[in-house]
Design a protein around this ligand. Structure first.
Ligand SMILES: C[S@@+](CC[C@H](N)C(=O)[O-])C[C@H]1O[C@@H](n2cnc3c(N)ncnc32)[C@H](O)[C@@H]1O
Length: 256
């Protein structure tokens, strides 16, 4: 975590990433109509610069926003300042976090779960979320598929340019490991000069069957999986899957 989402945090929203959360908030609303949560306390895991957490707090939720990057959280805190929202930020690793109370809903969005590079780490997060949820609590998260990494993030260069910020994203895909590495290079205008920011991000894809098995092993009931931003079933060309899992009312003893 030390080497990513440092200086990039300051330009994250401006680099175009904000659009995802603005699209996600209304989609979450529709998901919750189909898959209701039983109370209005939620964990936004890997909350980043806090756009979704703030949007949900504005909709009446008490929100715990957890992220491993102090710089991302600094942006989130600055955005929430003065809004008088019931939102509580904390800098914690998603593999080992603690909350002062259990929640009815946990979310983890914008492929944050793909940052778990081993199935052991992914399972650890699922177990952590399971523990953080009330019985009957809902878990919503999206993940990039191997199809997305192998098509969108394979030997590809994206470039965006505006007067104050230029961003180059150069990616390679390791087919054997089903893993993409993206080098993000930003040039941020500071008066008459440009500050260069370079970070290397790696995302791991998992077969949907493996994700489903890990969720079940962690104790969850799988309620649905969708081609993200729709309510269609995922297909072979799905880029991002939204997973909907629920902690049973009675804990029947998950495999630890
Ligand atoms: C692509 S950003 C998404 C941020 C936010 N969810 C959004 O929708 O904009 C990924 C986030 O995951 C966080 N992250 C990555 N690994 C983490 C870890 N091990 N523990 C906590 N946060 C982590 C990063 O700090 C970053 O804020």
């Amino acid at each position: 975590m030390e080497t990513i989402y440092n200086d990039y945090a300051k330009v994250y929203d401006a680099s175009g990433q904000l659009a995802f959360s603005l699209r996600m908030i209304p989609y979450l609303g529709k998901l919750l109509e189909r898959h209701p949560a039983r109370g209005k306390v939620l964990l936004e895991l890997a909350c980043g610069t806090g756009t979704t957490a703030i949007g949900l707090a504005e909709a009446g939720w008490r929100v715990y926003g957890v992220d491993g990057s102090p710089q991302m959280l600094a942006q989130a805190r600055a955005k929430a300042e003065g809004l008088n929202l019931d939102v509580h930020w904390s800098c914690q690793d998603m593999r080992r976090f603690f909350l002062p109370e259990r929640v009815y809903l946990a979310t983890c969005l914008y492929d944050s779960m793909n940052y778990m590079l081993t199935s052991e780490d992914l399972f650890t997060v699922f177990r952590q979320v399971y523990r953080a949820l009330m019985p009957g609590g809902l878990f919503l998260f999206d993940m990039n598929t191997a199809y997305a990494l192998s098509t969108l993030w394979n030997d590809t260069t994206y470039f965006t340019d505006s007067p104050d910020l230029s961003v180059v994203m150069r990616s390679i895909y390791d087919e054997r490991q089903q893993r993409s590495t993206v080098v993000v290079t930003c040039f941020q205008r500071v008066n008459e000069l440009y500050r260069k920011i370079v970070e290397r991000h790696t995302e791991q894809a998992y077969p949907p069957e493996q994700i489903a098995t890990l969720l079940l092993d962690a104790g969850f009931r799988l309620e649905a999986s969708y081609d993200c931003f729709s309510f269609e079933r995922p297909k072979l060309t799905t880029l991002r899957i939204m997973w909907v899992a629920r902690k049973p009312e009675q804990d029947l003893g998950a495999h630890l």
